[in-house]
Design a protein around this ligand. Structure first.
Ligand SMILES: Cc1cc2nc3c(=O)[nH]c(=O)nc-3n(C[C@H](O)[C@H](O)[C@H](O)COP(=O)(O)OP(=O)(O)OC[C@H]3O[C@@H](n4cnc5c(N)ncnc54)[C@H](O)[C@@H]3O)c2cc1C
Length: 324
């Protein structure tokens, strides 16, 4: 069993960042272990994807079929089963995304291959794989050792590795699509999330509020602060669950992915379901708990009560702008 395989992910004609994040990690593992790195892209008209991915893998296998126009987890599982039988890879990397989670566990069960999901790091020592997973909302990193096996499947959390091409020039192979049975699942349509009046995905500066704001009556204070900064207001999921802000403001795995220059997280603990969707240049955290996981990734942090800190920050911003 040899080789590291990355299953590329794409949606609506666009390769998703997780593909390049996995290839980045896959390249590192391949370099350290002497294994080859293969990317597998499944879909309709995969040629352009394959060419782009070739800059990050030794080999790209493109499986192209009109019936693969839309994602279907059952069909992915069947195709990957055939690929595993043919190539017998040592490690198969799949995104820990809605799509990846749809087929990775079923694939592992069908092929009797050991699987660890939602990994934030991987080490390959010869053929011995160790995965790192987070426990207790990111407070503990646990090293998971696998029993020695011929193959392993892992799903990787998105947003952990930089999605950079490695500058290689891989070989492109187009493979015949293996036969697959009719699927009981059927693609109906994509439903875009509502954007409402504020599109947080386009904001350069976001003030994001979490459950730590304590009460809906503190929302106007946060809105005024965001306005003083020229920022938009976003939030964590509990804030939406409590109906303090509408769903269109939610950042996270079940909300929106945001890419601001500055992300100011106020009263947000830093659960991975939240942070996975924050691709900010600079993260600033305000939290009263110095051990909150948000401080592990924040570039700047203020420890203290947000009800005291935010009005002071707002005064300072207004003074700087000459407004006070
Ligand atoms: C399937 C699934 C999907 C999910 N999707 C999402 C998602 O899309 N987005 C999302 O955000 N979450 C999501 N979650 C929930 C996620 O796991 C966390 O529960 C959530 O992100 C926590 O939100 P929070 O940080 O606002 O609240 P908490 O975890 O309660 O943190 C509040 C923080 O505020 C601090 N604090 C309290 N009072 C003050 C004060 N006065 N001053 C300063 N700091 C204070 C506390 O120290 C704490 O760190 C999902 C969970 C699941 C299971």
């Amino acid at each position: 069993m040899s080789g590291i395989f990355v299953v590329a992910e794409h949606r609506k004609g666009v390769l998703r960042d997780i593909t390049f994040e996995m290839l980045k990690k896959g390249r590192e593992l391949a370099g350290a272990s002497g294994e080859s790195l293969t990317a597998l892209v499944i879909g309709k008209n995969t040629g352009a994807f394959a060419e782009r991915i070739a800059a990050s893998a030794d080999t790209v296998i493109a499986i192209d079929d009109p019936k693969l126009e839309n994602f279907n987890g059952e069909i992915y599982q069947n195709i990957l089963s055939a690929i595993i039988d043919e190539h017998k890879p040592l490690l198969i990397m799949i995104g820990h995304t809605a799509a990846g989670m749809d087929f990775a566990p079923g694939l592992a069960a069908a092929k009797n291959i050991a699987i660890t999901t939602d990994c934030v790091d991987l080490k390959l020592d010869g053929q011995k794989l160790t995965a790192v997973r987070q426990l207790y909302s990111g407070k503990i990193n646990a090293e998971i050792s696998f029993k020695p096996a011929e193959s392993y499947i892992v799903t990787l959390r998105s947003g952990i590795f930089p999605p950079e091409p490695s500058g290689t020039s891989g070989k492109l192979l187009s493979a015949a699509c293996p036969d697959f049975p009719e699927s009981a699942k059927r693609f109906i349509e994509y439903i875009e999330a509502a954007t409402g009046t504020v599109d947080i995905t386009q904001a350069d500066v976001l003030v994001s509020v979490g459950q730590g704001i304590g009460d809906v009556k503190n929302i106007p204070m946060m809105e005024a602060f965001a306005q003083a900064l020229g920022a938009s207001l976003s939030c964590s999921r509990p804030v939406v669950d409590r109906k303090w802000l509408p769903q269109e403001r939610q950042v996270g795995s079940s909300g929106k992915t945001v890419k601001p220059k500055v992300y100011l997280a106020v009263g947000i603990s830093g659960a991975f379901q939240h942070l996975t969707a924050v691709k900010a240049d600079i993260i600033i955290a305000v939290n009263k708990d110095p051990r909150a996981p948000i401080f592990n990734i924040a570039d700047y942090g203020i420890t203290g009560d947000l009800l005291q800190i935010i009005p002071k920050l707002q005064d300072a911003v207004l003074k700087l702008k000459g407004g006070n």
